[in-house]
Design a protein around this ligand. Structure first.
Ligand code: ADP
Ligand code: TYD
Length: 210
């Protein structure tokens, strides 16, 4: 843990409903008078948002796989220094839409087996993981159609197609099976149904009544 607060992340493939669920959880906790900082990666601080534009916009082929790992990790370091650690120090609940598991899966497996580099850089520069990670699991076909329906200028990763998303899903599930902090949530239902599944896990984690 990086402070007295609680650190929760949402993970999953593109279009799985992470942002929706992160927002719904933040709203619910705020209604219960919790101080919540809702944030996202890549981004979540001024410098990290600048790096986000470098990795998600423009010609994706201008970065090698290794450079991409460095950019995502640089963004995370800034996010941690400027947003996450200060918030946890005040006792807030920090909810982030993606964190290091995304790098472990996206950079770790899509462009070759780079997991060892991802892990080494994480240990050197980040060194923390959330207390609780909610993996929103969804069929890649459904996720992709949701993501494409919402598409703006950031098509970099959605462009990878359904087969790569399938590989990501398997990677996330495999990681979850080996990692106690990662709880798998069935993302197929309506946003309200999924939010209840999320809430059950969060309540158990925070140890408080609704
Ligand atoms: P992510 O952050 O994982 O990419 P979003 O939360 O942005 O996913 O959701 C992608 C799209 O799908 C959005 O248009 C959102 O409104 C919609 N959506 C989110 N959750 C659900 C759900 N449970 N059922 C149907 N549509 C959903
Ligand atoms: P995000 O804005 O969460 O997209 P989406 O809402 O479609 O899930 O993330 C943007 C993209 O960045 C997404 O395709 C995953 C990718 N990404 C990585 O490849 N590595 C990382 O470390 C992070 C945080 C994101």
């Amino acid at each position: 843990m990086a402070g007295p607060g609680r650190f929760i992340s949402f993970e999953g493939i593109d279009g799985s409903g992470k942002s929706t669920q992160a927002r719904m959880l933040a709203d619910r906790l705020r209604r219960m008078r919790q101080t919540v900082v809702l944030t996202r990666e890549p981004g979540g601080s001024t410098g990290a948002e600048e790096i986000r534009r470098l990795v998600l916009e423009g010609d994706p082929d201008r970065w090698s796989a290794e450079t991409e790992i460095l950019l995502f990790t640089a963004a995370r370091r800034d996010h941690l220094e400027k947003t996450i650690r200060p918030a946890l120090a005040t006792g807030a609940v920090v909810i982030t839409d993606r964190f290091a598991d995304s790098t472990r899966i996206y950079q770790g497996i899509t462009r070759g087996d780079l997991r060892a580099s991802v892990d080494a850089l994480h240990d050197l520069m980040i060194g923390v993981d959330p207390d609780l990670t909610l993996l929103i699991d969804i069929d890649p076909g459904v996720g992709l159609s949701r993501a494409v329906a919402r598409a703006g200028s950031e098509l970099r990763f959605e462009d990878m197609g359904v087969d790569v998303q399938r590989q990501m899903r398997a990677g996330f599930l495999n990681l979850a099976a080996k990692t106690a902090r990662i709880q798998v949530i069935d993302g197929a239902g309506s946003a309200d149904v999924v939010a209840e599944l999320v809430w059950t896990r969060v309540q158990a984690h925070l140890g408080q009544a609704s």
